[in-house]
Design a protein around this ligand. Structure first.
Ligand code: RET
Length: 251
């Protein structure tokens, strides 16, 4: 009979907790933006949008709308006896990919404006990011045997390397040109971003990919990463921006 891998009540509770954290962060970022002129609110607007979109996506996942099952069939071959088949249905939270396709470009915009990267390079980084998230979504629905799943995963990882290149090589040079304080801050927050973002494909590999993690454990791992990548990142960026006028971008 088929195996169903799905979240239990504790997984759903985690999703609601992150929903609330994202809402509170969005409210805090909005309140922080009221204290400065409208023309100087670029980072505040981006960072607020990032947490609002995440809250919406978590609402979808917690209410079981942004979820469905991926069906895979595992065949085991035996000597002298007929092959056995195992049907596995595992929950895929596709709402994450909708969230990421919007919020990871916005996070990149935050970093690109901070570093002063040129428009053409920003465009390429955002395109690579969209390729990464879309091919990651295809991987999540890929079949086990045909190489779909890990093929898409590999393509997504290559796109991820393109993003890292833009931040590390390009961003570091332009940020340094804005002064050593901006250069240092960009080096720190971009390293933080790269470390957190790199954990996503690792979690994907052991959760959706190899199914070593249960669905509940997967929810918990992404919950921690999402809070680090969005609210914690946002507070760090906005508080430092307030102290470092050289980071400013006029709208
Ligand atoms: C996937 C799987 C395929 C390979 C790669 C991935 C990368 C995902 C990343 C996600 C970042 C998400 C963030 C969310 C905001 O909170 C799609 C997991 C490379 C880097 C920062």
């Amino acid at each position: 009979k088929p195996i169903y891998e799905h979240a239990t009540a504790s997984g759903t509770r985690t999703l609601w907790v992150v929903f609330v954290i994202m809402l509170i962060s969005a409210a805090a970022f909005t309140a922080m933006s009221w204290r400065i002129p409208v023309s100087k609110r670029l980072y505040h607007i981006l960072t607020t949008l990032i947490t609002i979109i995440a809250a919406i996506s978590y609402f979808g996942m917690a209410t079981k709308h942004g979820v469905n099952y991926n069906h895979t069939r595992k065949t085991e071959s035996h000597k002298h006896v007929p092959d056995t088949h195992q049907e596995i249905y595992r929950e895929v939270y596709w709402a994450r990919y909708v969230d990421w396709s919007l919020t990871t470009p916005l996070l990149l915009l935050d970093l690109c404006f901070l570093a002063g990267i040129s428009g053409a390079h920003i465009f390429m980084a955002v395109l690579a990011d969209l390729v990464m998230i879309l091919t990651g979504l295809f991987a999540a629905y890929g079949g086990e045997r045909s190489g779909q799943k890990w093929g898409w995963y590999t393509i997504a990882c290559i796109a991820f390397l393109v993003i890292i290149w833009h931040l590390v090589v390009n961003g570091r040079i332009t940020a340094q040109a804005k002064g050593s304080k901006v250069g240092k801050f960009f080096a720190a927050i971009s390293l933080y971003t790269i470390l957190i973002w790199t954990a996503y494909p690792i979690i994907w590999g052991v959760a959706d990919g190899s199914r070593i993690l249960s669905v509940n454990q997967e929810i918990m791992a992404y919950a921690i990463l999402d809070v680090l990548a969005k609210p914690v990142f946002g507070f760090w960026l906005l508080f430092t921006h307030a102290k470092l006028p050289e980071t400013g971008v006029e709208l």
